[in-house]
Design a protein around this ligand. Structure first.
Ligand code: URP
Ligand code: ZN
Length: 460
């Protein structure tokens, strides 16, 4: 089927352009003025912006942690993503059984996602140790389209400095990206224990047990290891602090080039005061929410290019479950919150509408850069001839309230309940097929395809 989108504004990283966009089958075929309408369904986009579909490179669909399981699987999670204007996810998969090879959880996730996803998806591998046998699997996994492998500096399954360094050496050799969760494990473990011993069990102590320095120290240490591994490709996930951002800027000033920093809507739009609300457990996530000054610093970092991507860390657990487990002890509350559907509109509204981000920068951080960082560009993240026809029709003038009842995650709350936003995702196309039209889900489970990712390219 061919489509011609006319009379709209096409959002690109070099600015908005008034042009028509033609889609032939799964691809964008032309961008220009006066395109031939023959054999095309014409879509009148008067008053609308056409964006490249959002690319969310940090989700946790169907994540199993201990005895808890995130409530969105690859169906409900990708439905929520699509309604929110995201047409690609790259999921951070769960650890496999202790001691297993990296291919084991990847294999499991193929079966979790295959017949369920409604949009295209990829996986980051995960490394829970650095055994030679396991690292020797990475070249083959890269061939299979897994070109990034996450490591954690905290949690069970974390890597110590020696192992992290070994992984980074391998990453340099194979040109793999290593996304990393940066928190200083020793200090947060002791602080948690001390608070609990003192009877300080409320959600605020979740945040106080993971101070800003806890992130900044781990960011600095990790970047130092990456630099020693010949500037291996380092990707900092969910950056939440001004101090962490300063460490990234410092590393770049000192000549390190291969660093990508990601932040999330929650660290831009929510702050630590949420933990003192009666429903504070909803916001228990790691890293925790910070102070307003941190949010401000992150917005500035996003605008000036220090931070290059916004992803969600979508990891929803019902509030009911968080309360049941964490009401008397924050350490028992499952970590994580929903957000995959809210990201696009929220960052447009809080960023572009409020004057913190240009439209061009929004395209970069929401779509193009995440695609570049993980080997998907320009197949994803761009509205250029040859790219997949992943298109969001967006009305920049509608003002509405974000509310859980209008969202599609299975989670029983939204962390952004009541946020007044300007801008609305109206229709969404993925590879030339309507996925969301007139508030209806048009895709079937399994329509989303696994993306074999190639290697990262330079970001904007
Ligand atoms: O609290 C969070 N973010 N849970 C998901 C796992 C992780 O640390 O990214
Ligand atoms: Zn995560």
């Amino acid at each position: 089927m061919n489509y011609l989108f006319k009379n709209g504004t096409v959002a690109t990283e070099s600015g908005p352009i008034n042009a028509s966009l033609k889609v032939c089958d799964e691809k964008i075929s032309e961008l220009g003025l006066d395109l031939n309408e023959n054999d095309c369904h014409v879509v009148d986009c008067t008053g609308l912006i056409l964006f490249p579909g959002g690319v969310d490179v940090h989700t946790h669909m169907d994540l199993k942690v201990g005895t808890n399981r995130a409530v969105d699987d690859f169906y409900s999670g990708t439905v929520a993503a699509a309604f929110g204007g995201t047409t690609t996810i790259v999921d951070h998969i769960a650890f496999g059984p202790k001691g297993c090879a990296p291919s084991v959880p990847i294999h499991e996730y193929h079966s979790l996602a295959k017949d369920k996803a409604v949009i295209d998806y990829g996986f980051h591998g995960v490394l829970q140790d650095a055994d030679d046998d396991h690292l020797n699997e990475l070249a083959e996994l890269k061939e299979q389209g897994i070109s990034s492998f996450k490591i954690y500096l905290t949690y069970d399954g974390r890597l110590d400095d020696e192992k992290a360094f070994k992984v980074l050496q391998k990453a340099h050799e194979l040109d793999l990206v290593i996304p990393v969760h940066c928190e200083n494990h020793g200090s947060l473990t002791l602080l948690r224990q001390q608070f609990i011993e003192q009877g300080l069990t409320s959600p605020l102590y979740h945040a106080l047990s993971r101070p800003n320095e806890c992130e900044a120290e781990a960011v600095h240490r990790y970047l130092t290891l990456a630099r020693m591994a010949n500037d291996a490709p380092a990707y900092i996930v969910h950056l939440s602090t001004r101090q962490g951002l300063e460490k990234i800027r410092l590393a770049r000033r000192e000549g390190q080039t291969n660093i990508v920093a990601e932040t999330c809507p929650q660290y831009l739009c929510l702050d630590q005061s949420r933990y003192q609300q009666p429903d504070g457990l909803k916001f228990v996530m790691s890293p925790p929410l910070r102070q307003k000054e941190d949010c401000q610093a992150l917005w500035e970092g996003l605008a000036d290019g220090s931070i290059q991507t916004v992803a969600t860390d979508h990891c929803p657990f019902h509030y009911a479950q968080k309360k049941e487990l964490g009401e008397h002890d924050f350490t028992k509350c499952p970590n994580g919150a929903p957000g995959v559907e809210e990201r696009f509109t929220l960052i447009y509204s809080e960023g572009v509408h409020k004057g913190r981000l240009s439209l061009e920068r929004f395209v970069s951080v929401i779509s193009a850069n995440p695609a570049r960082a993980f080997g998907l560009y320009p197949q994803k993240g761009a509205l250029t001839p040859g790219s997949d026809a992943d298109i969001v029709l967006f009305d920049p003038n509608v003002t509405h309230k974000l509310t859980h009842s209008a969202l599609h995650s299975k989670c029983d709350y939204s962390a952004y309940e009541g946020f007044e936003v300007t801008g609305k995702v109206l229709q969404v196309m993925s590879r030339g097929r309507w996925v969301v039209r007139d508030d209806q889900m048009m895709a079937n489970p399994g329509d989303g395809k696994f993306l074999r990712r190639s290697t990262h390219v330079e970001l904007h």
